[in-house]
Design a protein around this ligand. Structure first.
Ligand code: ASP
Length: 306
């Protein structure tokens, strides 16, 4: 694997390998890429993903370049492609990038000396969130086949929904959706929230993506009509779990008192995110070494010219 841009590039075999690797990291296995460089470029706001990557990179003893969009040449009109080629030329191994245009990272996959990780491309995909969600589900149930997963909320604008729907189906889970009409996407099976709580093993709630809406209004009574209330939570299956990629709008997608309830794995997801991101970086870095060292260590280049 040279880049991680979308979930459809991953075979089930690769997904399971990442899940196993993340599990080993969580149990304390040390993998280090000491002295290698990772750059984090976030052109859309982020708390969890950015800091989680930073922690993952530092735990693997990498050197981390935190790039600030306002101080980069992107503001001088440099194209994203040229910025990435520059990072590649100066020896950066990994670039974690979040930006607002869907599908616009594909052209960067031509850069072979640097591995690009999509940390969210607008309404497109969020593969590392999906992988950490899969890790959390796998840790809980040990399988995907036979599970019913409901993805609920702003389906239309959610990159988390898109990546997870694809991957969960590929892994054999039964995936259904729950959403107000405004945010439904055609061609999917929808249930009401009342049906969702009764039938799901995993209830994956989504944040309302206000910043991606072309109208200002709110859906009144969202919690009561479409969200997870305390009363609905009582009707969930005893072994079922609640996921949410966060940030959570407390009292909107979920009753505030449920954010840390016994079924909630919301903070476990965040914890698992670090291990999954370590596994992803390790896979990408390993790929560089296996394919005849596409990324030549700096010292070797220097010695060669002496
Ligand atoms: N943090 C996730 C994302 O960046 C979910 C969200 O923001 O709603 O897509």
């Amino acid at each position: 694997m040279n880049h991680l841009l979308t979930m459809d590039q991953l075979s089930n075999r690769m997904i399971y390998s990442l899940l196993e690797n993340a599990g080993r990291m969580k149990r304390g296995e040390q993998k280090t890429w000491k002295g290698r460089f990772a750059a984090n470029l976030f052109l859309e706001p982020s708390t969890r993903t950015r800091q989680s990557f930073h922690v993952a990179e530092r735990r693997m003893q990498m050197e981390v370049l935190e790039m600030e969009a306002e101080q980069s040449s992107l503001l001088k009109g440099e194209s994203l492609y040229d910025s990435v080629r520059t990072l590649e030329a100066i020896g950066t191994d990994i670039l974690v990038i979040r930006q607002s245009e869907r599908d616009s990272l594909q052209e960067l996959s031509e850069c072979k000396g640097i591995s690009i990780i999509n940390a969210g491309d607008g309404t497109g995909e969020h593969p590392t969130q999906s992988l950490l969600d899969l890790f959390t589900i796998y840790e809980e149930f040990g399988c995907f086949k036979g599970l019913t997963v409901t993805i609920a909320g702003d389906i239309k604008h959610s990159r988390v929904a898109r990546s997870n729907a694809y991957a969960l189906k590929q892994l054999g889970a039964e995936v259904q959706f729950s959403s107000p009409d405004e945010w439904k996407e055609p061609g999917k099976t929808y249930v009401t929230m009342d049906e969702a709580v009764a039938s799901s093993d995993v209830l994956m709630l989504l944040r309302i993506q206000k910043e991606r809406h072309d109208w200002e209004g709110d859906i009144p009574d969202y919690l009561t009509d479409y969200g997870l209330t305390k009363e609905r939570e009582r009707r969930m299956k005893s072994h079922s779990i609640i996921l949410h990629p966060a940030p959570v709008n407390r009292g909107v997608e979920i009753d505030s008192a449920l954010v840390e309830c016994q079924k909630s794995r919301i903070f476990t997801q965040m914890n698992n995110g670090v291990y999954m991101r370590m596994a992803i970086i390790d896979e990408l870095m390993g790929g560089k070494h296996n394919e005849n060292n596409k990324c030549v260590p700096m010292e070797r280049e220097l010695f060669a010219t002496m």
